[in-house]
Design a protein around this ligand. Structure first.
Ligand SMILES: C[S@@+](CC[C@H](N)C(=O)[O-])C[C@H]1O[C@@H](n2cnc3c(N)ncnc32)[C@H](O)[C@@H]1O
Length: 278
């Protein structure tokens, strides 16, 4: 049984000392400390072990390690499936791997290094080196799905259709980039899925956690929608999250799309948002 009594409203993960992360704190990550604590807390306190964990976009294994440490603290044997291309550009290797005590990578393939980094959490972690766009989840129910790879609207659709559909009612969806301005399709997508997911937690700067009410059987698609349609959904999301204090952040995502009409890839939406007229 999923522990429905766990209290998101008081954000108890914020009270965790950084030391709670243990050895996971040493695994390189792009997550903020607040996000790291939330990932650990979700695994340690919010889940039951009824389904697998899936980490889409694991990079150097940092998010996976925080989840694994939380599961270990909870005494759960849950498997974690971490997906990524597991390649790292030279500047990323210098930034993220220099202090790990590992031999330099041969070329860009980071899989052997990530495997070494995640070895303390053993067999529970399965690393999938792949293009997520070509994957379909077939391993039973998912209790926690972390999405940090929906860098295009097309990939966000794939993730909804081939991964979110396996979520358990009461399980969790972590949208790591929900408030990242160059990905306006994420608040739009969660608006389309509002009947299936309720927001339960925010961790600065960009993460939103949703509890699955019921998994979507045929998730509505983002692909093929006109900008006005996406912008209407983002505007509705801004209203929904106004009481969370997040409307301005979501409106920034809308401003990005207005500046880069038709763009559906985060790489095309980077740059300064337009200056507001007074
Ligand atoms: C922001 S990083 C993830 C950060 C990570 N969760 C952490 O804790 O530091 C996004 C990751 O998504 C991966 N990614 C993006 N698109 C992908 C795709 N189509 N297939 C596989 N991996 C992808 C990238 O390789 C990158 O490592």
């Amino acid at each position: 049984m999923i522990d429905s009594s766990c209290d998101f409203a008081t954000a108890p993960w914020l009270d965790l000392p950084a030391s709670a992360l243990g050895a996971a704190a040493d695994i390189p990550t792009m997550l903020s400390m607040e996000e790291q604590k939330l990932y650990y807390w979700l695994a340690a306190h919010a889940v039951s072990g009824a389904g697998a964990f899936v980490d889409l976009g694991a990079f150097a294994g940092g998010s996976t390690a925080r989840l694994a440490a939380g599961l270990t603290a909870a005494g759960l044997a849950t498997a974690i499936h971490a997906y990524d291309r597991f390649t790292m550009a030279p500047h990323q290797q210098r930034k993220y791997l220099a202090d790990c005590g590992l031999a330099p990578l041969e070329g860009r393939d980071s899989l052997p290094a990530v495997r070494r980094l995640l070895a303390p959490w053993g067999e529970r972690i399965a690393l999938h080196k792949c293009d997520i766009a070509a994957e379909t989840w077939r391993d039973g129910p998912i209790e926690l799905l972390v999405v940090d790879a929906a860098k295009s609207a097309e990939l966000a659709d794939v993730i909804a259709e081939r991964f979110m559909t396996a979520l358990l009612p009461g399980g969790f969806l972590v949208q790591q980039d929900f408030l990242h301005a160059p990905q306006p399709w994420l608040p739009a997508q969660m608006e389309l899925l509002a009947g299936h997911f309720e927001p339960v937690a925010h961790a600065a700067p960009t993460t939103m956690v949703f509890r699955c009410i019921s998994p979507p059987v045929t998730p509505p698609r983002l692909s093929g929608r006109a900008d006005e349609d996406i912008l209407g959904l983002v505007a509705a999301a801004a209203e929904r999250y106004r009481e969370w204090g997040l409307a301005g952040r979501i409106e920034n995502a809308a401003a990005r799309l207005r500046r880069f009409p038709g763009a559906r890839d985060a790489r095309l939406l980077r740059g300064r948002p337009p200056r507001a007229r007074t």
